[in-house]
Design a protein around this ligand. Structure first.
Ligand code: COA
Ligand code: ZN
Length: 309
């Protein structure tokens, strides 16, 4: 049997939060439908943040309501504080993400709190979530570099990870928010953590700013990680992290993993349709690096079919 790798689609949240043009709830749900048709079952679909700061997430309640129409999905919401947590719980959310960035500056710009304040907020939210039986994943954001203060020491990532695990987070997402890392750094961060806490506790959240996200994902696989975030078409970027580009594209990640013998449960060909839906939704040209090749294969197959008729 092939080893399973869990893909968490973050295009609806991380991918859309920074889009210049509004994306309607209906378009978001069409994106979700195309992804579900391709076999995607796990989404970080919304965030409960201040709607004035991130208008693209203002329809979180409606998006969640629409997603309830699909069966057997694992839907998570990002919450920055207790107010966000309460808003999420009002909608029956049972899986949340909290965010702890690696520096004071990044926490300030992102959440208007110092690192210490954000850590305390995360601890409070996690405690409440644990009491409510809600699954918590904690992002360690800017784990490779802070968009404002530069490189993040590995020790800092290890300390913040330990803090969040001690607080009760079920899963830790090591996030290269601005896509500044390399595969060796991923191994250096993960190896001691995996030894101490087990690979199952970790997820990688990678942005592809410098074209190394797939190589970094593979380094994660080699360290035993089986949980990855990705974004359809490589959508993404953070309004509070200058220089952040899109997440690793779901189609690139799925292609690499399936070709390497892992089972993602996702149909790579159906992801092509999902990219198209995302392009219509955002009015942007999208697509990971594998897409051109896939398109050329599809054209070739169609030509062959015509030749046979
Ligand atoms: N959702 C909606 N409104 C919120 C909120 C939340 N999660 N948290 C606070 N607010 C409201 C308060 O109710 C208050 O409203 P009022 O002025 O009508 O009374 C107002 O925001 C200010 O509250 P405060 O606690 O001082 O928040 P803040 O101004 O320090 O902002 C955040 C803190 C976290 C809400 C804000 O920085 C934010 O939404 N950041 C989002 C960043 C983001 O999405 N980053 C990308 C993903 S990591
Ligand atoms: Zn991100």
């Amino acid at each position: 049997m092939r080893d399973i790798i869990y893909i968490n689609e973050v295009g609806l949240r991380d991918g859309l939060q920074n889009q210049p043009n509004p994306v309607s709830t209906e378009s978001k749900l069409k994106m979700a439908a195309a992804l579900v048709a391709a076999g995607v079952r796990q989404f970080e679909a919304v965030s409960f943040v201040h709607p004035k700061l991130v208008p693209q997430m203002a329809d979180a309640v409606d998006v969640l309501a629409g997603l309830r129409e699909f069966n057997q999905l694992n839907i998570a919401a990002l919450v920055p504080n207790m107010k966000g947590y309460e808003r999420a719980r009002e909608q029956g959310v049972t899986s949340i993400g909290v965010v702890l960035a690696s520096t004071d500056t990044f926490n300030q710009r992102n959440l208007n709190m110092t690192l210490a304040q954000t850590r305390e907020t995360c601890q409070q939210v996690i405690a409440q979530a644990r009491a409510d039986g809600v699954f918590v994943r904690a992002y360690i954001s800017g784990a490779i570099a802070c968009p404002y203060d530069g490189k993040t020491p590995v020790d800092v990532v290890h300390k913040l990870t330990a803090d969040m695990i001690q607080a009760g987070a079920h899963e830790i997402s090591i996030a290269d928010t601005i896509g500044a890392g390399n595969p060796q750094q991923i191994s250096d961060i993960l190896r001691p953590l995996v030894q101490q806490f087990g690979a199952d506790r970790f997820n990688l959240h990678l942005h592809d700013t410098r074209g190394l996200a797939l190589a970094m994902a593979w380094a994660g696989v080699m360290e035993g990680v089986r949980r990855f975030d990705s974004s359809i078409g490589g959508l993404g970027g953070c309004p509070f992290a200058p220089g952040a580009s899109g997440n690793v594209a779901t189609e690139d990640l799925v292609y690499m993993l399936e070709e390497s013998g892992f089972d993602t449960g996702i149909d790579i060909n159906a992801l092509r349709d999902a990219v198209q839906v995302a392009e219509v939704a955002t009015g942007q040209h999208l697509g990971g690096r594998i897409l051109k090749w896939m398109q050329s294969q599809a054209i070739r197959a169609a030509q062959k079919r015509e030749a046979c008729v």
